[in-house]
Every structure is written in C-alpha cells, then in structure tokens.
Design a protein around this ligand. Structure first.
Ligand code: SF4
Ligand code: SF4
Length: 321
C-alpha cells in the first residue's frame, strides 16, 4: 500500500483548538468481516488488534468522570470485539448515548444472529455504511455479495423497529463517494435513498450522512496509484468553506485507539498523529480521566481540508446542512 502521510505536511490549514468533549469515539480494533477499498483503517478478517477489558474499563471511567454524553463505537467491525456487549451495556447503564458504526453485513454472519436484538434492547443508535442503493456500486466498492447482505441487514433492523417512525430506534446510513469527488448535497441524496430503498426493498431509515473520502490510508493509496492524489487534494482545498471550521468534529470529539491512546479524530489516529501535549509524544486515556483538555491545540494536516470542503464532512455527515 502506498503511504500519503508525508504529502500532508506542512499544511496551510488554519490552526484550531479543542472545545469541550461531548463524544468519545472508540476504535475497538481492526478486525472486520469485510475489506473495503476505501477503508481508512485498513480493517479486515486477518487483523488481530482488539481493545482488551482493562482498556474498555478505562473508557467507561472516562465517560463517567468527564460526563461525556455520546460513545461512538467504530472499528473494524466493533461488534466482533468480545468486549462489545459489555461496553455497550455498561455505558447505557451510565445513561450514555451509544452509536454503533455497523457495516450491516455483520448482522448476517454466523454467530451474530442475536446482534440486532441486542442493539434494539439496549437502545443503541445504528450508523450503517451504505455507499449506494445500486447493487453494482456497493459490490464494486465493498466486495461481491455485500449489497445483498446489507439489504438483509437493513431489513432485519427494520423488523426490530430500527428506522421505523415512533419506535425511538435510530438507523442512519452513511454514503461516501466511489471516486475522487465530493459527495452530492446530503438532503437531496437522502430523498433518493429513501425512495429507492423503500420502493425496491421496503426499507426505512432516519437520516443519510454524506462523508468525504480522506486522502489517507487505503483511499489515499488508491489515489496515488492512479495519479489522482494531487488533483483530489487541490479539489478539497479549492472547496474550502471557512464556516465549517467551527464545527469540525475534532472540536468536541476525542478518538481512542484499540490500545487506549488518544487522537483528535479517527483520521489522525490512522495517520499515527496522537494528541501531543506538554512534550508528551502520546497520551493514554487513563491519564486524562481528570484533565480538562479544552483549548488544547488540534494536530492538523492537509487531510483536514477533507472536513471543510463544500458542505463539510464529519462522522455525523455534512456540517452545513
Ligand atoms: S466494513 Fe468498514 S471497517 Fe470493515 S473494511 Fe469496510 S470500511 Fe473498513
Ligand atoms: S481531519 Fe481530524 S483534525 Fe483535521 S479537521 Fe478533520 S476532524 Fe479535525
């Protein structure tokens, strides 16, 4: 795989600093039942890195002490970590809103038959990758058979009440472009998705989040190998929208890797750019349990333009909707 990290520095991106943390985004490990071409964590079935119980308990202590309102679980497929159900149950008992970034196909894997029920009983919000409503595009980006399994996963979630009005169970979908272009307007694409998924498969969901691909990891490597890296970065920079600077997700989110080290966001985590402060090169979550990190500077690079281009991009979709 080609590495783009050295092409992201120095940067002209404006200096930004942290606000109060409202979301702890925790990467439970790189194990996944899929290996998608755009995956920015290079997850796959052979990865062995997984968060252990001790670190999971430190996550819970941090949530409680810092009164963080949202726990956002990611991976890999976070549900494949053996501590997943323990973490979710304990966090919900603390009154924390829990998001599961679910690839949908995991719901159809052998051994995960009770996952949808568990998520529903716990009131976990599901954020599910669905790069298109067309079979050809999904299978091209995420692998053969992924579309059919994703549809089955969505129908299963609907049966448990997810995405159904009045159920209180939230099902949001995530779109990211196939190639080196910005996502289309989020609202219009959501209307298309709702119509196509309802008509074709009887599927309902709450919101569609559009997310801009970052020029790093597997997607960055693909750009480099096709000679498209410079043009894509130029597109992100020329589409810079300063109004998005106040709402980029790193202002209020702290990202934690499978070992418990902290980053300003998931992308910085993949670039191995941990939060650095007081001459410490990297900081563990347990060191911050009683520390207020408001106003700490955020580590930036050229990839940050991916968050501010056009309508903006975050784990919760467009910033300027
Ligand atoms: S499903 Fe998600 S975590 Fe797994 S390989 Fe695909 S993009 Fe990566
Ligand atoms: S890439 Fe990360 S650090 Fe940079 S603006 Fe986006 S969220 Fe913030």
């Amino acid at each position: 795989m080609l590495d783009t990290a050295h092409l992201l520095f120095p940067t002209t991106f404006p200096a930004i600093s942290r606000g109060k943390i409202d979301t702890l985004q925790v990467n439970l490990g790189y194990l996944c039942n899929q290996s998608c071409t755009h995956c920015h964590v290079n997850a796959g079935p052979k990865r062995t890195e997984l968060m252990d119980r001790e670190t999971v308990d430190q996550v819970l202590e941090f949530l409680e002490q810092q009164q963080v309102s949202t726990l956002d679980l990611t991976g890999g497929a976070p549900e494949m970590n053996g501590e997943f159900r323990y973490l979710v149950t304990e966090a919900r008992a603390l009154g924390v809103r829990v998001l599961d970034r679910c690839n949908l196909t995991i719901l159809e894997e052998i051994g995960y038959e009770t996952l949808a029920e568990f998520l529903a009983v716990q009131g976990v919000e599901v954020v599910a990758s669905m790069p298109c409503y067309l079979k050809e595009n999904v299978d091209h980006q995420r692998g053969k058979g992924v579309f059919q399994a994703s549809i089955a996963g969505l129908q299963r979630l609907n049966r448990w009440g997810y995405g159904i009005e009045g159920s209180g169970l939230v099902l949001n979908l995530v779109f990211n472009p196939q190639g080196p272009n910005l996502p289309p307007p989020q609202g219009a694409l959501e209307d298309d998705y709702k119509q196509k998924l309802k008509e074709g498969y009887g599927i309902e969901f709450n919101q569609l989040f559009t997310i801009t691909n970052m020029p790093i990891s597997r997607f960055g490597s693909m750009l480099l190998s096709k000679g498209q890296f410079d043009d894509y970065l130029a597109l992100l920079k020329s589409s810079f929208s300063p109004t998005n600077l106040d709402t980029v997700m790193c202002r209020n989110l702290l990202s934690v890797d499978w070992q418990g080290y902290v980053y300003d966001c998931d992308f910085n985590q993949m670039l191995k750019m941990p939060v650095a402060h007081d001459q410490r090169e990297r900081i563990h979550l347990r060191e911050l349990v009683h520390t207020d990190i408001t106003d700490w500077p955020i580590r930036i690079g050229e990839h940050c333009y991916g968050c501010t281009a056009g309508q903006g991009s975050s784990c919760g979709g467009a910033l300027a909707e």
